[in-house]
Design a protein around this ligand. Structure first.
Ligand SMILES: Cc1ncc(C[n+]2csc(CCOP(=O)(O)OP(=O)(O)O)c2C)c(N)n1
Ligand SMILES: [Mg+2]
Length: 320
């Protein structure tokens, strides 16, 4: 821990807490019928998402999944605009028309969350080709889920990115399930990273609940992609505590399994590191946590006080 500067450690802790509080609030708002549609919670996956985003350089790009709240917060998006989008308000990232699953913000380099499973792979290749063509020196971090690696998009994109040596990091968050299907029923290999060999690119499996390991490996992958050597596949093993989406009785897994993963919680684990290495005082940690909590309270206030989009705007930004 000593090798990391305090600012980075603070960001890791702040953003992981922000993501957790954001989703607790999202679940609460949902349970009170204040939100339309559905949402996919990523509680338990905060270390995986935040650590990967923080390993990027300023100006790098990301492509997010349907389970994208922690990814977006990890990338540093404004929780006020996220909450407004979630509640369908005009002040949201997509003017209230995208909702939880489609938070995009091209200005910051977030090319979008995606409701299409595996939809981010070809988009990331396109964005990476642009960086290469324009010689910007930027890389693309492409988030994805384990289930999506069985889709044609995954294989076609990894092949193309390898042949064209595109600066993209394919970052698969393996949370052991695709909806209700456990990974052993949807693929016959233990590590998704083994699939990299088929495309002649490096593949690594990491402990996604250890934000320090995540950061270190993604940082190395970034250097590799940036140097012009081409893409990298990283499999980040992690777990979601909640059901797949809002309607999920979770009969496909046991309470014991969920509890065992809660014992490996990324936020608690990081707190233990901070305490053991004495890099942060308990008081400082409490302060950071409280600030993260307050930012979400403020975001809800902002979103609730924001106007609904007017009916006249219904066709704006729909066609390009
Ligand atoms: C192309 C496509 N097929 C199916 C779906 C329905 N669907 C939504 S999420 C999901 C499971 C995705 O699993 P995984 O990639 O492991 O991501 P996770 O939900 O676990 O984060 C499916 C099948 C979809 N949205 N898009
Ligand atoms: Mg999954």
């Amino acid at each position: 821990m000593m090798e990391f500067d305090k600012e980075l450690l603070t960001k890791m802790y702040y953003r992981m807490n922000q993501a957790r509080f954001f989703e607790e609030k999202v679940a609460w708002l949902f349970s009170r019928g204040q939100v339309h549609g559905t949402t996919h919670l990523s509680m338990g996956q905060e270390g995986s998402a935040v650590g990967a985003c923080l390993a990027l350089d300023e100006g790098d790009l990301v492509s997010l999944t349907h389970r994208g709240h922690s990814q977006a917060i990890g990338f540093g998006l404004d929780v006020k605009l996220m909450m407004a989008e979630f509640l369908g308000k005009e002040t949201g990232y997509c003017k209230g028309k995208g909702g939880s699953m489609h938070i995009a913000d091209l200005k910051s380099g977030n090319i979008g969350a995606n409701g299409v499973v595996g939809g981010g792979y070809p988009l990331s290749c396109g964005a990476a080709l642009t960086q290469k063509y324009k010689k910007t020196g930027k890389v693309v971090l492409c988030f994805a889920g384990d289930g999506s690696t069985n889709e044609g998009n995954f294989h076609e994109s990894l092949n193309l990115a390898s042949v064209w040596k595109l600066p993209v990091i394919f970052y698969v968050e393996n949370n052991l399930y695709g909806m209700s299907t456990p990974i052993e029923k949807h693929m016959n290999i233990e590590n998704i990273s083994d699939r990299a060999a088929a495309y002649g690119i490096p593949g690594l499996t990491i402990d996604g609940n250890d934000i320090i390991e995540v950061y270190k490996i993604v940082r190395k992958a970034r250097q590799y992609a940036h140097s012009g050597k081409g893409p990298v596949l990283i499999e980040s093993k992690t777990y979601r505590y909640n059901g797949h989406s809002k309607s999920d009785a979770q009969v496909y897994r046991s309470k014991e399994e969920v509890e065992a993963w809660r014992q490996k919680d990324p936020i608690t684990r990081f707190e233990r590191y901070l305490e053991e290495d004495k890099v942060m005082l308990p008081d400082q940690m409490v302060q950071i946590k409280e600030a993260a909590y307050q930012s979400i309270e403020d975001a809800v206030e902002f979103a609730k006080n924001s106007p609904e989009p007017p009916v006249t705007a219904v066709l704006e930004d729909v066609y390009a």
